[in-house]
Design a protein around this ligand. Structure first.
Ligand code: ADP
Ligand code: MG
Length: 257
């Protein structure tokens, strides 16, 4: 059992978690976000290699969503930098970051309830010069909602809504996809569908950072896991090691780990 001040010493170097060889797609350097007196993200060096599916876990309030919002530019950092494909993103607004190839599905679903499935997918495509009809057809197929293209989003199940929202991010054909709790509140079958969707996008070359509590789901999609606790990287490594780690279990006590 380590004392809290040992945490950073025991953190594995990022290279171990990104698995040699492959190039680094995303890297944060000493990234920090303060909310008043609270440091939600605390000097985080987080890096993800091209082609990875990295899961980010940690107790409620650990700073997972804040970290994603810093990467997308929804939030400005108090300190530190973010590099994507070697380029410093720190001064770019969210739209410019999307143009460089980063898409996100946030924690709370926000599909447009008054629009159909297809109309929802057209929204992110409005500001691109992509072949809209091709991307629409491909995306509807991918998210397995082709038969519901004309259905109002308000009539979809929770699982379908989450798939639709992932689809909206997919239309932008990002290099890096950030997903914040994509299977929260889903049935086992709905969860399986999302795991399949992520794996198929990954097979086509997409890199992922996925925040998720459901360890069964994490095991299905991810090899390397990063554990965040109190704004800091607490552990990083293969899923089997993380699951067996007593200190990880301890910080999750009272949670659903
Ligand atoms: P997680 O996603 O890991 O559950 P969050 O990133 O949402 O954690 O939150 C990390 C910490 O930052 C929490 O203590 C939360 O209350 C705080 N926090 C998040 N967003 C804000 C905000 N906009 N203003 C003030 N505090 C915030
Ligand atoms: Mg969160």
């Amino acid at each position: 059992m380590s004392a809290p001040e040992d945490i950073n010493v025991r953190q594995k170097p990022a290279v171990a978690a990104t698995g040699g060889g492959r190039s680094t797609m995303l890297a944060t350097k000493q990234l920090t976000k303060n909310f008043g007196g609270l440091t939600a993200v605390d000097s985080v060096d987080f890096s993800v290699a091209e082609g990875e599916i990295r899961c980010l876990i940690g107790p409620n309030g650990a700073g997972k969503s804040t970290l994603l919002e810093l990467i997308t530019g929804q939030l400005d950092p108090s300190d530190g930098d973010i590099y994507f494909d070697g380029e410093d993103l720190t001064g770019l607004d969210t739209h410019k970051r999307i143009d460089t190839g980063i898409s996100v599905k946030f924690q709370s679903p926000h599909v447009y309830e008054n629009l159909t499935v297809e109309e929802n997918l057209r929204v992110p495509l409005q500001r691109t010069d992509r072949d809209v009809e091709r991307v629409l057809a491909e995306t509807l197929d991918r998210i397995a909602l082709a038969e519901k293209a004309e259905t109002g989003a308000s009539e979809l199940s929770h699982g379908e809504k989450q798939r639709l929202e992932i689809g909206m991010a997919v239309t932008l054909e990002p290099k890096l996809m950030l997903l914040d709790e994509p299977v929260a509140g889903m049935s086992v079958d709905e969860t399986d569908d999302v795991a399949d969707l992520i794996r198929s996008l990954h097979d086509d070359g997409m890199t992922f950072v996925v925040v998720e509590h459901d360890m069964e789901f994490v095991r299905r999609i991810s090899e390397q896991v990063t554990v965040l606790n109190q704004g800091k990287i607490f552990r990083q490594g293969p899923i089997e090691e993380i699951e067996a780690d007593e200190d990880v279990r301890r910080i999750y006590l009272g949670e659903n780990a």
